[in-house]
Design a protein around this ligand. Structure first.
Ligand code: AMP
Length: 585
């Protein structure tokens, strides 16, 4: 249907007036990126210039970017921790923001083992919602007919806690899904989910996933897109289906709900959705009982046009598995966001994952792209890696996010960039981010168990094994056992796995305990001399013998093959590590 009032946008022809408005907004913001950025900074500084933090830098009322950049330093979370702690403890004065801090968003990035706490203010919810509202208008330019069916999205809320002064602390999407903005959103034919809000909002991950999968199966023919926030989440849903299809089929056949689903609001809403359907149950049994799971997504949801999951950054490791289960459906990475700020969107969401560039939306905050490390030569002269630095309405000033980006070009005058990686992350399976120091601490602690056997770890490296679902950390280590008659037992080595896990940050442990998004950590003991072979291999490929250090994480197939070929024993964590929603400090 032609929309009279909708002018074709330079991006394409919008399918409805609402989309036309959104596309016009994108055009307006990106065409005037520089002036929008100056305006955003001026707005932020006019309202936050008198905060305790900014007063330290004597801006004297200046709101321009030159003065701002020359007087206010780039900071990290650790620099702001005293201020953040005071806010968490109940100091309501204007420390970072002139507007009251409404809650803390808990980042998956950690500091001293705990999630970072990002202050936010009420109106930021509007900004986040605004960015969300731009995604479908762009997608509709590339995939027609998305209003003719539904999206099967696996969306979850996570545990929330309160700070000493009673401010809520929870992940940004939990905050969004629990907001009235989400719960009372108006009907939008392009944004209809199969999952009832009651299921999305259920904090018990089993019940939530069970119902979301059940509804996805019941409405299978209407499903036009399948998604989760990150690729790892969608694969977890597929694994859930592998483990639970029998019970799901029984429920569908009889029209009765699994008694393990106890949430009363879910049970009530399922009364209208779940009706006996033996034919569908038979179909599910036929598809799921076989050995062949390749292409399962397209067999169960035959009208799926694309998978909506982030597969950039660390999530790229899941692309082959997603392709396996979906028979190569397009993978759409639609946006780039964080607890600190939502940054931008992908203007070509159906492009290949390797070509994804996100376009900054200049109205979201004030952005700077600083050279990653001035002492390092750029990867290429035209496009040196950049660190993203943001200034937000909520009171972060020149805050370094920790993401490394490559600027790839511009959409109108808004910068576009490729997500390269998160700085210092060695291992990641889901939203966990483990750095070298954390892994080293884990190895040191586990090594203590080897002492009584007069054994020690000579060398180690690690690997994120995503061939299992959920994926898990693997540590290859070479031991020096001085007394073969008294070498550490299987049990002790299993225990070493658990000690490493206990030493890792709370996001890792939450993934293991509450989200089931990470499997038990594995130690593979390799035979003596393996790391010397690894060095020989690296030197044969040009590494300098003087500077050689064993890599602390590996992913290159020939190296993995070498290591796996030398494994003498494998050990797994025998229990889940300790985790409670409350922070340790
Ligand atoms: P959090 O700190 O838990 O709010 O997570 C935000 C972080 O997730 C970002 O700083 C990125 O490192 C990562 N992230 C978010 N969106 C994307 C994306 N589209 N591609 C790659 N990584 C992303």
């Amino acid at each position: 249907m032609a929309i009279d009032s909708a002018l074709p946008s330079p991006l394409g022809t919008p399918v409805c007036e609402k989309d036309a408005k959104a596309l016009r907004f994108i055009e307006e913001m990106t065409r005037n990126a520089d002036s929008v950025q100056e305006r955003v900074l001026a707005e932020i500084l006019s309202r936050n210039g008198e905060t305790e933090y900014l007063r330290r830098f004597n801006l004297d009322g200046a709101t321009d970017s030159d003065t701002f950049k020359s007087k206010v330093p780039v900071v990290t979370y650790e620099d702001l921790q005293p201020e953040i702690q005071r806010i968490a403890n109940g100091d309501r004065s204007a420390i970072l923001s002139s507007h009251p801090v409404s809650e803390f968003l808990t980042s998956s990035g950690t500091s001293a083992g705990e999630r970072k706490l990002m202050p936010t203010i009420h109106e930021e919810l509007d900004r986040r919602q605004l960015l969300f509202s731009l995604l479908m208008p762009v997608m509709n330019l590339y995939v027609p007919g998305l209003d003719k069916g539904k999206g099967l999205y696996f969306l979850f809320v996570k545990a929330e806690t309160k700070t000493a002064s009673g401010l809520l602390a929870r992940p940004v999407l939990t905050s969004y899904y629990k907001s009235e903005k989400f719960k009372t959103r108006p009907y939008d034919p392009f944004n209809v989910y199969t999952s009832p809000d009651e299921a999305i909002l259920c904090v018990d991950s089993f019940q939530s996933m069970y119902i979301q999968m059940l509804c996805g199966l019941i409405m299978r023919e209407g499903v036009l897109r399948v998604g989760a926030v990150f690729a790892s989440g969608l694969l977890r849903a597929i694994r859930f289906l592998q483990l639970n299809w029998k019970q799901l089929a029984d429920d569908i056949s009889a029209g009765t709900l699994n008694p393990n689903v106890t949430d009363p609001s879910i049970r009530k809403c399922m009364e209208n959705i779940l009706k006996p359907n033996p034919e569908l149950a038979e179909f599910i049994t036929k598809e799921c009982s076989g050995e062949k799971w390749d292409g399962i997504i397209t067999r169960i949801w035959p009208n799926t046009k694309y998978l909506d999951v982030i597969v950039t950054g660390a999530m790229a490791q899941y692309i082959p598995t997603l392709d396996h289960y979906s028979g190569g459906l397009p993978l759409a990475c639609t946006m780039y966001a964080s607890s600190e700020c939502f940054f931008g969107l992908n203007m070509k969401p159906m492009c290949k994952p390797s070509e994804v560039s996100y376009t900054i939306m200049p109205n979201m905050g004030y952005f700077e792209f600083l050279p990653h490390d001035p002492n390092y030569p750029p990867l290429s002269p035209e496009s040196p890696p950049r660190l993203l630095v943001v200034t937000t309405y909520a009171g972060l000033n020149r805050y370094r996010i920790g993401d490394i980006l490559l600027v790839t070009g511009y959409y109108n005058s808004a910068p576009q960039f490729r997500f390269v990686k998160r700085k210092n992350v060695l291992l990641s399976i889901d939203s966990d981010k483990t750095d070298e120091a954390e892994l080293q601490k884990g190895i040191d602690n586990a090594s203590l168990l080897l002492k009584e056997f007069n054994a020690s770890v000579i060398e180690y490296t690690s690997y994120a094994d995503t061939t299992t679902i959920p994926g898990h950390y693997v540590i290859f280590w070479e031991l020096l056992v001085k007394d073969a008659a008294n070498s550490p037992s299987d049990e002790v080595l299993n225990q070493c796995c658990l000690v490493v896990e206990e030493s890792l940050n709370s996001v890792y442990r939450q993934g293991r305990v509450a989200d089931n998004s990470i499997g038990p950590l594995e130690i593979r003991v390799v035979k003596n001399g393996t790391f010397e072979e690894l060095m020989d291999y690296a030197i044969s490929r040009g590494a300098s013998i003087n500077q050689y250090k064993a890599p602390r994480c590996v992913s290159f197939t020939p190296i993995l093959e070498l290591l796996n070929g030398r494994v003498v024993s494998k050990h797994f964590s025998p229990a889940a590590p300790h985790w409670v929603p409350e922070r340790r400090r």
